[in-house]
Design a binder for this molecule. Structure first.
Ligand code: HEC
Ligand code: HEC
Ligand code: HEC
Ligand code: HEC
Ligand code: HEC
Length: 345
């Protein structure tokens, strides 16, 4: 890559870095970045030195740099806790791992964490090679295995939404503040319903994924490496399926888990649903709260109900998100559901 190209790649990454007070205009992810809940964590990896895939895969690298995978090593909460931990290697294996396929033989346990911490470029966290490099150390595994002059490629189902095994390696262990929620996914019927980690967490897009010698690869359907995260209130709201009804004079709110695992998924997150019963004059007549945290979580594929002593015209449901590093709870949901008894207020 020429110096000019390298520079423009760098600028592209820098211009939209949040927290610098700069305007977010231009970048396709600006609105999403602006929406993310502030919990004191880095939301973008600015320092991509050493990331050679970026030369040709600028768009993908840009998306990845906005994901928690890119910031896994520099994450403020992680570095703080690492300092307090004696056996650091226990923690670093997942936050800056060696490429997963390089290990001799496939581990028998699908939840086996990566075996070793990378020596080089740890600041890149869960980097491109971690997921894509094949056992021969040069082939890049992907969803298609299209041939290119750039490097050998190989198709692997691990990069399709039929398969969640790539994600299980690091998301199935309960350690530190992390809950091995991938085990919930495996123990449930989520895969049978054609749901997958990739399907829910890597949003669908169309576009070119590479540029080789100035020539962009064809525009095709693909998925973004910018992970959907609970720090995005719109995505967090999708965890809950809500329905209201009156049964024998009691207003009921059914709260269904629509995520692929328990909610919430870390020990620090607390999600509160505040439910107001509204009568036909529009007045609030009763209030209930349901708090979901790591002890009282909403299990995968389960529904819980909030019940009132009386009936009414509607339920207003507000969702509040609180986690370490957040100054005050952030609202992620505000809905009014008619109860169908006296008609909507
Ligand atoms: C098996 C892989 C693995 C190991 C080992 C591991 N982590 Fe993590 N860590 C993760 C994953 C996956 C997440 C993301 C969890 C999430 O966002 O729900 C994470 C996230 C974190 C976070 C951010 C949580 C937050 O929401 O702010 C901290 C802090 C952290 N880990 C600390 C540690 C510490 C300390 C250790 C060692 C005791 C450790 N990790 C070992 C996989 C691992
Ligand atoms: C956590 C694992 C993970 C990491 C890290 C990761 N990828 Fe991917 N990558 C995937 C998955 C899963 C897919 C399949 C998604 C899809 O359908 O496009 C994919 C798809 C791709 C594709 C093919 C896209 C297409 O549709 O043709 C390219 C190119 C790619 N990744 C490059 C990169 C680069 C470059 C990086 C680092 C900047 C990177 N990936 C980091 C998991 C990862
Ligand atoms: C010299 C340019 C160049 C470099 C450097 C490069 N790639 Fe590629 N890569 C390409 C091109 C071109 C394609 C084909 C894209 C297409 O036709 O859709 C491709 C395809 C891929 C694919 C998709 C494979 C599939 O399933 O079809 C993956 C994954 C990938 N690259 C990952 C990487 C990673 C990871 C790195 C860094 C270790 C990297 N590439 C470095 C140019 C490059
Ligand atoms: C090599 C280990 C590893 C693999 C493989 C991996 N992850 Fe992660 N993932 C992590 C770590 C570590 C974090 C937390 C980083 C942090 O916050 O410090 C994380 C964070 C996340 C988050 C939380 C994002 C946020 O902003 O809160 C999601 C969602 C996620 N990963 C999804 C996936 C999916 C989907 C796959 C499979 C395509 C996958 N991961 C594969 C290690 C991994
Ligand atoms: C049906 C869609 C769906 C599927 C399938 C799914 N997730 Fe999620 N995931 C969500 C939603 C919605 C949230 C936000 C709610 C929350 O944070 O608990 C979430 C949150 C997360 C988080 C952040 C948890 C936290 O509280 O910090 C991680 C990490 C994650 N998912 C990883 C995975 C992995 C790995 C898989 C596959 C084993 C997977 N997800 C499958 C929808 C899904």
């Amino acid at each position: 890559m020429s110096t000019a190209q390298a520079l423009s790649a760098l600028l592209f990454l820098l211009v939209s870095s949040p927290g610098t007070g700069k305007k977010q205009e231009g970048g396709p992810h600006a609105a999403w970045l602006a929406r993310l809940a502030r919990d004191g964590r880095r939301v973008e990896l600015a320092d991509t030195d050493g990331l050679d895939c970026i030369r040709c895969h600028l768009t993908v690298a840009r998306e990845w740099s906005l994901s928690a995978h890119a910031t896994a090593w520099q994450d403020e909460h992680f570095t703080k806790e690492l300092r307090r931990t004696r056996k650091k290697e226990r923690c670093t294996v997942c936050h800056a791992p060696v490429p997963l396929a390089l290990e001799e033989g496939q581990p028998a346990d699908p939840f086996a964490p990566p075996r070793a911490t990378r020596e080089a470029e740890r600041h890149l966290g869960v980097d491109c090679r971690t997921c894509h490099l094949a056992a021969d150390g040069e082939t890049l595994r992907g969803p298609w295995g299209r041939s290119t002059r750039a490097h050998p490629t190989q198709r692997s189902s691990q990069f399709t939404e039929e398969d969640s095994s790539l994600c299980l390696r690091c998301h199935g262990t309960t350690i530190g503040p992390v809950i091995g929620i991938a085990r919930d996914f495996v123990s449930s019927d989520q895969a049978g319903l054609d749901l997958s980690c990739i399907g829910c967490h890597m949003p669908r897009l169309r576009g070119s994924v590479a540029t080789l010698e100035g020539e962009p690869s064809p525009i095709r359907p693909r998925r973004s490496h910018r992970l959907e995260t609970p720090r995005d209130p719109r995505f967090l709201a999708r965890a809950f399926g809500l329905s209201a009804r009156v049964e024998e004079g009691h207003a009921l709110l059914a709260i269904e888990n629509l995520a692929g695992h328990r909610v919430p998924g870390t020990t620090r997150r607390e999600l509160t649903l505040r439910v107001e019963l509204i009568d036909r004059f529009g007045d609030v007549v009763a209030v209930r709260e349901r708090v979901f945290d790591h002890r009282h979580y909403l299990p995968v594929e389960q529904t819980v109900t909030v019940e009132f002593e009386e009936g009414g015209a509607a339920l207003r449901v507000r969702g509040l998100h609180q986690t370490e590093g957040m100054r005050r709870p952030q609202e992620f949901l505000d809905l009014q559901l008619p109860l169908g008894e006296d008609g909507p207020p």
